[in-house]
Design a protein around this ligand. Sequence first.
Ligand SMILES: N[C@@H](CCC(=O)N[C@@H](CS)C(=O)NCC(=O)O)C(=O)O
Length: 229
Amino acid sequence: MIDLYFWPTPNGHKITIFLEEAGVDYAIKPVDISAGDQFKSEFLSISPNNRMPAIIDHLPMDDGEPISVFESGAILIYLAEKYGRFLPHEMRARKIVHEWLMWQMGGLGPMAGQNHHFVQYAPERIPYAMERYVNETNRLYGVLNKQLAERDWVAGDYSIADMAIYPWVLLHEAQQQKLENFPNVARWLTVMAERPAVVAAYKKAEPWSNRPAVTEEGKKLLFGQRATV
Ligand SMILES: N[C@@H](CCC(=O)N[C@@H](CS)C(=O)NCC(=O)O)C(=O)O
């Protein structure tokens, strides 16, 4: 049994997609990030960066104590290795999946995240910042479009790279990206959206998804963080 510490954001959806694809038995432990659940000591003990998602695997492969994992990329690799799915064993093929997973973790995720921040949430409109992140998101969509020109999936066979990228690209409108400029991305997105496991993953998130927009109090919690001494 896997406990998934989850909130319905792109980084959270990556993990439910994997768990649904692999048919894993899991329990969602909601972490309401706009109410401050990510700062509770129980959660920080498994996710010291106060970010979800995180998991606890109660039946790890070594039959030892339960294992916790934080960072969505690390979680995807952990699960792929445990269940032997969506990450090839062959060294060259595996390297490609790692490359595109890291591309999402270090590029698309953070850049689109800043795009969301400055376009949707910032209390003042800062044209330079908005343009900077909308442009960078655009560049990354161009890279992805090229990668998908001659292949159905991002990194060889369907893999954890597709799972990591999909929830971010799904939000293309909010990121001010026009999919007609990225036809290969558009085709891939449609195929992804139709996968039964992807549909099931978003359905699982529904109890927490249809909530009012982040309140001013929530924004203070999310956007005013500094190191505490
Ligand atoms: N690199 C991290 C990023 C996770 C992340 O940013 N999670 C956000 C929601 S998408 C969060 O938990 N935010 C809580 C906060 O900002 O305090 C990962 O991929 O797991």
